[in-house]
Design a protein around this ligand. Structure first.
Ligand code: MF3
Ligand code: CO
Ligand code: CO
Length: 268
């Protein structure tokens, strides 16, 4: 994402902080599970936002996006050609739509950030393939998370894979350190960066959130709301996001509530 303080340093987290960030991350991921059955043709994105909002508040969490640099809602919901930062509103979902719901929770002061794709009714094979490939891009990024590897390698590997399928990788929005604040250092590129950045070290927590476009990589931000980022060519875009903690051994996917990833026994 956009608002980084590049003078800030990477915050390495201790065990207590990691546990707090994990709890917040799990709640964010559970929010996506709770909203999933409500994603149907005819419902508005505002309605889906409000389901998420209620669940976060019922669980004593706050929505990090609300009021963040003036952002007006508790989630981002990005439909079809919207790359990211779609503002929930009056739009009614239709058969064939694909959408990303992005939830960032603040629980006991700790931030957890995750997003996933959803489909409405029957979607095209082209859309299904884009979604599956984008999930694979996230997994490829996660596999790069081990001590001593450069942060930039995440983007190098995602880029290679996405391009091999004829897709493009959004470079104007990035993953980010997260945990004690919403957007911390380091920046996590999803395409090959100019600067490979720092080496990963145990205790680093950041998101990987590749945005993959069916057409061109470029985005344009809506002139009226100043948030909604769309593909320049109107083609589809997909995104998945997890919050990851680097450990001495395996990457620890803090937002994994599906037990999709192996859990390391300890961080340090
Ligand atoms: N959750 C988004 C991310 O993954 C950021 C949304 S910022 C907002 O980084 F202001 F648009 F809400
Ligand atoms: Co994020
Ligand atoms: Co997010």
């Amino acid at each position: 994402m956009v608002f980084r303080d590049t003078r800030a340093k990477i915050i390495y987290k201790n065990n207590e902080q990691i546990e707090g960030i994990r709890r917040s991350s799990v709640l964010a991921a559970q929010t996506l599970k709770v909203v999933a059955p409500f994603v149907k043709a005819g419902v508005t994105t505002q309605y889906l936002n409000d389901i998420c909002k209620q669940y976060m508040y019922d669980n004593k969490a706050k929505a990090a996006t609300l009021g963040y640099h003036g952002y007006p809602k508790e989630t981002c919901i990005s439909v079809n050609d919207v790359i990211c930062h779609g503002i929930p509103g009056k739009y009614e979902l239709r058969d064939g739509d694909i959408l990303n719901i992005d939830v960032t929770t603040i629980l006991d002061g700790y931030f957890g950030d995750t997003s996933s794709m959803f489909t409405v009714g029957e979607v095209t094979d082209h859309a299904k393939k884009l979604i599956l490939s984008t999930k694979e891009c996230l997994n490829i990024g996660i596999r790069q998370c081990y001590e001593g590897n450069k942060i930039g390698q995440i983007g190098v590997e995602i880029d290679k894979y996405a391009k091999s399928l004829g897709y493009s990788v959004v470079y104007e929005f990035c993953g980010h350190g997260v945990g004690l604040k919403f957007h911390e250092e380091p920046e996590v590129n999803h395409s090959t960066p100019e600067d490979m950045g720092p080496e990963m070290k145990a205790g680093m927590i950041f998101t990987i959130e590749p945005m993959i476009n069916a057409g061109k990589a470029r985005s344009k931000v809506d002139k009226k709301d100043n948030w909604t980022a769309r593909t320049i060519d109107g083609k589809l875009s997909a995104q998945f996001e997890h919050t990851i903690c680097v450990t001495k051994t395996l990457p620890f996917v803090l937002t994994d509530v599906d037990n999709e990833y192996e859990i390391p026994t300890s961080v340090y």
